[in-house]
Design a protein around this ligand. Structure first.
Ligand code: PEP
Ligand code: MN
Length: 337
């Protein structure tokens, strides 16, 4: 149930209102907005007389039942887009934020070279896996701790914030210097991990599970948010279908659906979606056109010798060309990039 507050109510009145509900065993979410602020009630609200609350609380303008199973992530509760700020980088403010980098961190030279070159072309955040969830136990599993140190070195050298995947709860202390914590597709429904990551005090990039519905993705976001993190970035990275021509099938319409259902920023990963380098620029442009808030794209300085996902990685020159095209689109639509 969400209570839309009258304009100009004092913070102390809001605090009192929330405390009152919390003393009755509910939890509350504070949802500020440009048009109006709101308080959402979480718990068994079936016995709450909505009209009575409106009549007896002078700060409440009106109330609505939130029918979606997710609350904190829902646009019904929080009308305005969530804008996530990492240093001087923003995601979700109407601009198009490009995150680029290799599938895996391999060497200091590799990661700093890619960071420098992608930054020159306009990437705002550096990606790179240190802990890699590989389908085969015999494949390269990532450099682990050492990979995180190399990412930090690349961050120091370029000033780019870094995003990297966490695979389990025991790794949280290692992620101090990481700016955005990534939950991979395979862990989207690892609820214990989601709860721990929600407590880390950092933005979270949540990838859609290989066979997960949009509502399941939103419920996973809800786990993170209900643990205290309001900065969740959703990532559509392709889903499993009967189609075998591409690694996965990019569900481009997921962006439209998510934009309606949630206030959280939505980005697209065209690389894992198709698995084929030559398709990545077209899908990236589709991401821009459909209204995604940005991209997570794999770039490698030497894709032919990449230890992971070389076939879907752009080289820095191809990435530069893509960015030039996206910048033209951004200019036409007056979006920052
Ligand atoms: C990745 O982004 O490095 C990755 C492993 O992607 P996904 O979890 O979407 O497969
Ligand atoms: Mn990859």
């Amino acid at each position: 149930m969400v209570f839309i507050l009258k304009k100009g109510v004092s913070q102390s009145a809001v605090q009192e209102f929330r405390k009152d509900w919390e003393s009755k065993g509910f939890s509350t979410i504070w949802a500020p907005g440009t048009d109006h602020d709101a308080v959402c009630l979480i718990g068994n609200t079936s016995t709450v007389d909505m009209d009575a609350v409106v009549y007896t609380n002078p700060i409440v303008a009106y109330a609505r039942r939130v029918t979606e199973p997710y609350k904190a992530a829902s646009r019904t509760v929080h009308e305005d887009n969530t804008v996530i700020t990492i240093g001087d980088v923003t995601i979700g403010d109407g601009g198009f934020t490009v995150i680029a980098g290799p599938c895996s961190v391999e060497t200091e030279d590799q990661i700093t070279t890619i960071a420098r070159l992608t930054k020159q072309s306009g990437a705002k955040i550096l990606r790179g896996g240190a802990f890699k969830p590989r389908t085969s136990p015999y494949s390269f599993q990532g450099l682990g701790k050492e990979g995180l140190a190399l990412l930090s070195a690349a961050k120091k050298a370029t000033g780019l914030p870094i995003v990297t995947e966490i695979m389990n709860q025991t790794q949280t202390p290692l992620f101090e210097d990481v700016d955005i914590v990534q939950i991979g597709a395979r862990n989207m429904q690892n609820y214990d991990l989601l709860k721990e990551v929600g407590k880390m005090g950092k933005p979270v990039l949540l990838k859609r599970g290989l066979s997960s519905s949009i509502d399941e993705l939103l419920m996973s976001a809800e786990y993170i948010m209900s643990s205290g993190c309001s900065d969740v970035i959703l990532c559509e990275r392709g889903i499993r279908t009967f189609e075998t021509s591409t690694r996965n099938t990019l569900d481009i319409s997921a962006v439209c659906v998510l934009k309606e259902k949630t206030h959280l920023p939505v980005i697209i990963d065209p690389s894992h979606a198709c698995g084929i380098r030559s398709y990545v620029p077209a899908l990236s442009k589709a991401a821009f056109a459909v209204g995604a808030d940005g991209l997570l794209v794999e770039v490698h300085n030497d894709p032919a010798h990449a230890l992971c996902d070389g076939a879907q990685s752009l080289d820095p020159e191809q990435f530069g060309n893509l960015m030039s095209q996206l910048k033209k689109y951004a200019q036409i639509e007056n979006r920052s990039i």
